[in-house]
Design a protein around this ligand. Structure first.
Ligand code: F6P
Length: 331
């Protein structure tokens, strides 16, 4: 599939060896597979960087051939393992990583991850001129300019499955449940879980819903005979425990909580995430080979696009108002 639009005509490179570095979420292994098999098919050698930027700084690499990525398409997590590596924010860490890439004769790097991982990729490309292409992969779906990152659909389906089960108990016992969903700065996951789960309310980092108003709504609903509620809260807004306390205090009604936590980042990737991973993994290698670096590949509508790092700003602009309105009309 061609990458459109090309940022600038770039000469084809003489890449011989590339590396791939990852974060974890549903579909990342499928993306590693696509990167490796596309690269090997194009005559390149591939190395995997173990434990994300930690392994880059310490020089922990593993060779990856076609067989090394057999049967991983349906696995959650990342076969390369990953870590949070604060030291990569420092110049010393960046230079150490760059030194290992050069010493191993690596001509280009594919970084698969969210905003933190992609910020590291940006630094390598912008500050040191190293050829890097990013692939957005995060359950938060908060990468600026990217409609859908790898991992979001899997996380949404895992969370929805949990929520449907909670609804069984909420309905049977006529209870109020507060369900905490991941998402530090972006409420995308919480909003989509709430909408697909038919929830009554969702509390998001992007929107201020006063808890007094929520309590008044619950009290009025109870007076009309409404029996159960499921209220979703994004972790970036508050905790399930704090919201439950406020609702009980404001209504006098019993509440229960569920914190979905890291189950949302694991699990078998959905078909949609695997297909996205196949397309973006393939496109990232094509971009490197064609000399397009310093940006990420993603799908814009049904087309592949190369988006230079930073071109879409620092914060993802999500319009949650329409979905929030829909949720309230339908609940
Ligand atoms: O950025 C992805 C994410 O899963 C967030 O939703 C969550 O807040 C965070 O990572 C958790 O990080 P950790 O796994 O390091 O606790």
């Amino acid at each position: 599939m061609p990458i459109m639009p090309a940022p600038a005509p770039a000469p084809a490179t003489k890449m011989k060896r590339i590396a791939v570095l990852t974060r974890d979420c549903g579909g990342v292994n499928a993306a590693i597979r696509a990167v490796v098999r596309t690269a090997v098919g194009a005559g390149l050698e591939v190395e995997g960087v173990m434990r994300g930027y930690d392994g880059l700084m310490s020089g922990d690499f593993v060779p990856l051939d076609r067989r090394a990525v057999s049967n991983i398409i349906g696995l959650g997590g990342t076969i390369l393992k990953t870590a949070r590596a604060e030291e990569f924010y420092d110049e010393a860490g960046q230079r150490a990583g760059l030194g290992h890439l050069r010493a191993r004769g690596i001509d280009g790097l594919v970084v698969i991850g969210g905003n933190g991982s992609l910020a590291g990729a940006w630094v390598l490309a912008e500050r040191y001129g190293f050829p890097v292409v990013g692939i957005p992969a995060t359950i938060d779906n908060d990468v600026p300019g990217v409609r859908l990152a790898i991992g979001t659909d899997t996380a949404l389906n895992v969370a929805l499955d949990a929520l449907d089960k909670i609804r069984d108990t909420a309905t049977s016992l006529e209870r109020i449940f507060i369900v905490e969903v991941m998402g530090r700065k972006c409420g995308w996951l919480a909003m989509q879980v709430a909408l697909s789960g038919g929830c009554e309310e969702v509390l998001l980092p992007e929107k201020d819903v006063p808890l007094e108003a929520l309590c008044a709504e619950v009290t009025a609903g109870r007076a009309r005979g409404k029996a159960s509620w499921i209220i979703v809260v994004a972790e970036g807004r508050s905790t399930a425990a704090a919201v439950a306390e406020a609702v009980t205090a404001g209504t006098g009604l019993e509440t229960r909580i569920a914190v979905l936590g890291h189950i949302q980042r694991g699990g078998r990737p959905t078909a949609l995430d695997r297909i996205l991973a196949a397309r973006l993994g393939h496109a990232a290698v094509e971009a490197l080979v064609e000399g397009r670096t310093g940006g990420l590949v993603h799908m814009l509508d049904d087309r592949l696009e190369f988006l230079p790092f930073g071109a879409a700003g620092d914060v993802k602009q999500t319009d949650i108002e329409a979905d929030y309105h829909l949720l309230k009309v339908l609940s």
